[in-house]
Design a protein around this ligand. Structure first.
Ligand code: FAS
Ligand code: PHB
Length: 389
């Protein structure tokens, strides 16, 4: 099989990139390890910046998001008792869209066949070859047969655990990592959210987040030590702890319903530099990971894809290599600012095992500063809605 761009991974990065390339008449094929059902079953991000919604709008794959998504004008930080509203609409003129990554992925997958975007599901042993040449290829096994896709470029959209980043020779790249000493225990349930906007809470016991997928489906998280297992958290215990950590008025509005999904995700900050090696380009979680506190993961994938698709289209359509040459530097400049914001909000809103009373007072002072300074709230708002591309 021959194509212009072989894309590894059918998550948001691979799907958005594939669609943008096909829309411009550039050939692309996606190779995905999992089944379509598995990919569609994942519960991940919930908040979309305009960088992501604009891609869906430009692809004309936004009808369901417009019909079912929830545009939000603000979100809240809580310091135990008090709700501190960050009015992102008034402070930045922008909104965010609450529409689950699961739905984004479904919309992009459903639109693929009609737009000539081939997705090869359940590909095994995917390997990248000759990435330092002008004729790289992706080899994989499917239904017991060996296959290869020859391409001019390979886009590594295969997430943190995929093979693409690992294909870069050790001497040619470097990772920067910070691992946090806790995870997020997440619960999805069919119950109305406790508030019409998101609430990020910093409580003595730890962080909590009240989010949603619709006005009838809620998504909640609490910070837990990395030693915890999902089995340690029956529903009742989760609801008790969540309601302990949310401000009383919000806790009183929590509807306790059976967990449809319950999982623990570890938190880390990670960036790999550079995001290009020869004919291989990395995008999304393959290149960087953020703690979900700033709702940046999916949206950073979107900005990488926006930069990379423009550069690839310029190369194929105008023989212009400037965008590709500048991709890594351009993408990393935005990645690192999102990493900073996600780290800042994680440090502000979580309890760290090594923290003492002084650290707790500093957190409360910073929250009090945010509550009393429009400048501080504007800084948070402009990062939360997403810095300009
Ligand atoms: P993904 O990891 O989504 O997609 C990579 C794809 O590559 C997958 O489909 C995988 O199966 C495939 N792949 C891997 N290895 C392969 C191989 N060898 N061959 C072929 N295919 C291969 N972000 C937020 O903003 N908010 C959140 O609340 C949030 N929660 C998260 C919870 C969890 C458990 C995880 C893991 C991430 C969460 N994220 C969250 C971040 C998440 O949304 C990512 O940023 C987003 O999925 C990035 O999209 P991709 O770069 O496409 O990577
Ligand atoms: C979610 O709804 O899953 C969600 C929302 C905002 C975040 C993280 C997760 O910052």
């Amino acid at each position: 099989m021959k194509t212009d761009v072989a894309i590894i991974g059918s998550g948001p990065s691979g799907l958005m990139l594939g669609h943008l390339l096909r829309q411009a008449g550039v050939e692309a094929v996606i190779v995905e390890r999992q089944s379509k059902e598995h990919v569609l079953s994942r519960i991940r991000a919930g908040v979309l910046e305009t960088v992501t919604t604009d891609i869906l709008e430009d692809l004309d794959i936004a009808d369901r998001m417009r019909a079912e998504g929830l545009p939000h004008d603000g979100f809240n930080l809580a310091d135990g008792e008090r709700l501190i509203r960050i009015d992102i609409k008034a402070l930045t003129g922008k909104q965010v869209m609450v529409y689950g990554q699961t739905e984004v992925t479904k919309d992009l997958i459903d639109a693929a066949p009609a737009r000539g975007l081939e997705i090869i599901w359940e590909a095994e042993e995917t390997a990248l070859h000759d990435i330092e040449s002008d004729a790289p290829y992706v080899a994989f096994t499917k239904d017991g047969a060996q296959h290869r896709i020859e391409a001019r470029f390979i886009a590594g959209c295969d997430g943190f655990h995929g093979p693409s980043r690992k294909a870069v020779p050790e001497a040619s790249g470097r990772g920067f990592e910070k691992v946090y000493p806790f995870g997020w225990l997440g619960v999805l349930c069919d119950a109305p959210p406790c508030d019409h906007e998101l609430i990020y809470a910093n409580h003595e016991n730890g962080f909590a987040l009240a989010s949603m997928r619709s006005m009838t489906r809620s998504r909640y998280y609490i910070q837990v030590p990395l030693t915890e297992q999902v089995e340690d958290w029956p529903d009742d215990k989760f609801w008790e702890e969540l309601c302990r950590r949310l401000p009383p008025a919000a806790a009183a509005n929590v509807t306790r319903a059976p967990a449809l999904e319950k999982s623990i995700a570890p938190l880390r900050s990670y960036v790999f530099e550079p995001m290009r090696h020869g004919s291989l380009f990395l995008a999304g979680d393959a290149a960087h990971i953020v703690p979900p506190t700033g709702a940046k993961g999916l949206n950073l994938a979107a900005s990488d894809v926006r930069y990379l698709s423009r550069a690839l289209i310029a190369w194929f359509k105008k023989n212009d290599a400037e965008g590709l040459a500048g991709y890594s530097q351009t993408a990393l400049a935005r990645v690192w600012k999102a990493e900073r914001f996600s780290w800042q909000l994680t440090m502000l809103m979580h309890r760290f095992p090594e923290d003492g009373p002084f650290d707790r007072r500093i957190q409360l002072a910073e929250l009090d500063y945010i509550a009393t300074s429009e400048t501080a709230r504007r800084a948070i708002a402009e990062n939360y809605v997403g810095l300009p591309l």
